[in-house]
Design a protein around this ligand. Structure first.
Ligand SMILES: *Cc1c(COP(=O)(O)O)cnc(C)c1O
Ligand code: SF4
Length: 438
């Protein structure tokens, strides 16, 4: 299958687009000036249910929706489009709106590792055991998710972009930090890189012989956006050989696959792709944010996890959508998130209960909403860290006042009249030390 990209420029060439009316098309045109829009022939031909496109999760998470902008934001751009404003004028307004959409959430700039006085700005080291690496050729995707928190990277605002070429710096850093067992290649989507570039990175890492490094992870959405990567691309054989090379070394390869809905697991192509990857000896773990309009129901998650397990994959994370981009459109309150997780978790066997969540990737760490409880007459959220800037925080339950509207950690107050959460002072110290380093 040959890969064909559709963006705001050429999406009207897609044949099922005839099912959309002129207002639908205008809405897409307006919102795509602000939010990234890119889809491809696999998504269009095999994933989207065009007879039901208005409610189809595959359509919604690829095609920009009117409600993803506020009414004022939408009207501003809409008027400019109708008045045939110049691209430069529209871009200027769109950039202003993007700034309002919190393009750079949760203090990621604090996670930049420093080695020998040099900052590695294509990497992040926040949690002791796991380092993230953003290979510069992997900072795009086979299609763009309308909910993506990494969207500033795709909009040409280059100063917001984490990208780095220097794998040598990463290797030196890994050698100096034997506590790091996992290197996670991420993006964008590293699987947009061709086999040769991917091999350059991977082989350098393997050849560096770092005994403390155990697992190489690759975060990717390719299984749902372009499964042909593992079936019929010109370099498919080399990609699978490279996976095999990692698996037959003393390292483990874990593909961290991003799936948001069971529909993405239903095509013959994705089933074949999963089989091919597993045949290389790699493991596949899965993750997704919880998103209104896409997967805001326990049954959807239960079906997704059951299918994944049946296909040989390991459910790993349910995330709470980050405080960025079209957050309000996709927002699910924390109380609802805990409910959806529980609804789903209780209907699957222990084999699928490897999944953890719902979890917020926020400044102090990954915070899981365990549930709600009544303690000493007060209704509270029970929370715990599943990752922390300080590893010692992990697994300690803590409590916040129940708030049915809260949808992010910033909305929460400590329970029982306490002034601060137990980690806040230490977090402030860690952050001021990090700020000094940079
Ligand atoms: C989620 C995340 C990781 C990975 O954490 P694991 O618990 O090892 O899966 C690493 N770094 C950052 C910044 C993360 O957000
Ligand atoms: S595949 Fe991942 S990085 Fe790419 S747009 Fe979707 S969520 Fe963002």
């Amino acid at each position: 299958m040959k890969y064909k990209v559709y963006t705001a420029r050429n999406y009207r060439e897609i044949s099922p687009i005839s099912k959309l009316n002129s207002e639908d098309l205008h809405n897409i045109d307006v919102v795509s000036h602000v939010l990234p829009f890119k889809t491809n022939n696999y998504v269009v031909d095999e994933l989207i249910d065009w007879d039901n496109f208005r409610n189809d999760p595959m359509f919604i998470f690829n095609f920009p929706q009117k409600e993803m902008l506020s009414a004022e934001q939408f009207d501003l751009i809409s008027k400019m489009v109708r008045a045939n404003a110049s691209p430069a004028e529209i871009r200027e307004q769109a950039n202003k709106i993007r700034e309002q959409l919190n393009p750079h959430p949760a203090g990621q700039e604090l996670n930049l590792p420093v080695f020998d006085g040099e900052t590695l700005d294509g990497a992040q080291h926040k949690y002791r055991e796991t380092m993230l690496f953003f290979p510069s050729q992997g900072q795009t995707c086979h299609a763009y998710c309308t909910f993506c928190f990494r969207w500033p990277q795709f909009t040409g605002q280059s100063d917001l972009k984490f990208a780095m070429n220097e794998i040598d710096l990463v290797i030196n850093y890994l050698k100096a930090h034997p506590e790091i067992t996992d290197l996670l290649l991420t993006g964008g989507d590293p699987m947009v890189m061709n086999a040769q570039i991917l091999d350059t990175y991977i082989s350098r890492i393997l050849d560096a012989n770092i005994p403390s490094l155990q697992t190489i992870r690759i975060g990717t959405k390719s299984l749902s956006f372009w499964p042909y990567r593992y079936i019929s691309d010109p370099d498919t054989a080399e990609v699978l050989e490279l996976f095999q090379k990692i698996s037959s070394s003393d390292k483990t390869l874990s593909i961290m696959a991003h799936f948001n809905h069971p529909q993405e697991l239903s095509t013959p192509a994705v089933r074949t792709a999963v089989e091919k990857i597993l045949a290389t000896g790699a493991q596949i773990r899965t993750q997704s944010p919880l998103l209104n309009h896409i997967n805001n129901h326990g049954d959807i998650w239960a079906e997704m996890w059951r299918k994944q397990v049946k296909m040989g994959m390991i459910p790993y994370y349910m995330f709470i959508a980050r405080d960025t981009g079209a957050k309000e459109y996709f927002d699910v309150p924390l109380a609802r998130a805990a409910e959806v997780f529980q609804q789903a978790y209780t209907q699957v066997s222990g084999i699928a209960r490897t999944v953890r969540g719902p979890s917020m990737s926020c400044n102090p760490g990954k915070v899981r909403v365990v549930g709600t409880a009544k303690l000493g007459g007060e209704k509270v959220f029970v929370l715990e860290f599943i990752q922390g800037r300080n590893s010692q925080w992990v697994g300690t339950p803590f409590f916040a006042k129940y708030d049915p509207q809260a949808s992010w950690i910033d909305d929460l107050q400590p329970a029982f009249g306490e002034e601060k959460f137990f980690f806040e002072e230490e977090l402030a110290e860690i952050i001021s030390t990090n700020v000094e380093k940079h």
